[in-house]
Design a protein around this ligand. Structure first.
Ligand SMILES: [Zn+2]
Ligand SMILES: [Zn+2]
Length: 270
């Protein structure tokens, strides 16, 4: 039974004879149904269409992986390499034998987590390809997991998943929106991997926080302040966002704090 992938959000659903009637992720107010209506594909169809994954180093010990031609939302996944195992932060909608070979060459994969449901991609396929690697998802976002699997491990708050790698649930974009704190990387100065939880702005001295990016729905002051408080205890110099070059390269906590103050000033302005 094929497991269909939504062509707009790129999230794979549980196996079914016929394509599902709905994609609950796209029907939610934070996303949208594609302008041509709800459409589905499968990994086999994507392979036939010529999709491939591209690997590119983002920093020492950090490899970005995205799909070419671009598919659905088009985010990158980030493979964090540590002496005690590799971890995949965020996922994409494609995997093939060449991808598995390249990840094995980089040291394999020992766990997966995703910033929020828009970036779930084909996370269960990635887990299965690497010995059913655990997939850590906040309990608060369980309702958005549309392909159940024994690999899921539910957490709340913060969770260290490998030595020096800690998931931090921040809320905001989704109740379970999270970031990954990488204490030692790169060059020992610490980094946050943030997806849409803390989105790097085009002016990369700033970030932003939204309920919906495509539909331009802001967050309330309390949610913005909650995100800042969740990350403040952690030491980090850089942010690696969801797209190539979408990075804050210095004083990342300062960027988050200044951005939050500016944001609250504008949503509170009369
Ligand atoms: Zn969808
Ligand atoms: Zn999102």
């Amino acid at each position: 039974m094929p497991a269909y992938i939504c062509k707009t959000c790129g999230v794979q659903h549980a196996g079914s004879e016929q394509p599902p009637a709905h994609c609950i992720i796209c029907e939610d107010e934070r996303q949208y149904t594609g302008w041509g209506g709800q459409q589905w594909t499968t990994l086999a169809q994507m392979r036939e269409a010529g999709h491939q994954n591209r690997f590119q180093q983002a920093a020492t010990g950090l490899t970005g992986i995205d799909t070419r031609p671009r598919f659905a939302i088009g985010q990158r996944a980030l493979l964090v390499q540590t002496p005690r195992g590799n971890f995949l932060w965020d996922c994409i909608s494609y995997i093939d034998e060449e991808t598995v070979r390249q990840v094995r060459d980089l040291g394999g994969l020992h766990g997966i987590s995703i910033s929020h449901p828009h970036f779930y991609g084909v996370m269960v396929e990635w887990s299965h390809a690497f010995g059913n690697a655990p997939i850590y998802i906040p309990e608060a976002d369980r309702e958005w997991v549309v392909r159940p699997d024994p690999a899921f491990q539910w957490y709340s708050g913060a969770k260290e998943v490998l030595p020096g790698l800690t998931l931090v649930q921040c809320g905001g974009h989704f109740e379970g929106s999270a970031v990954l704190h990488w204490a030692e990387g790169p060059d020992g100065e610490g980094a946050l991997l943030t997806g849409d939880t803390i989105a790097v702005a085009q002016d990369r001295r700033f970030v932003t926080f939204m309920r919906s990016y495509p539909n331009y729905i802001p967050l309330a002051e309390e949610a913005v302040r909650g995100i800042v408080e969740a990350v403040r205890p952690h030491r980090f110099r850089r942010i690696y966002g969801g797209w190539w070059g979408n990075d804050v390269t210095e004083d990342a906590l300062g960027a988050i704090e200044r951005s939050a103050e500016r944001y609250v000033r504008w949503i509170s302005a009369k």
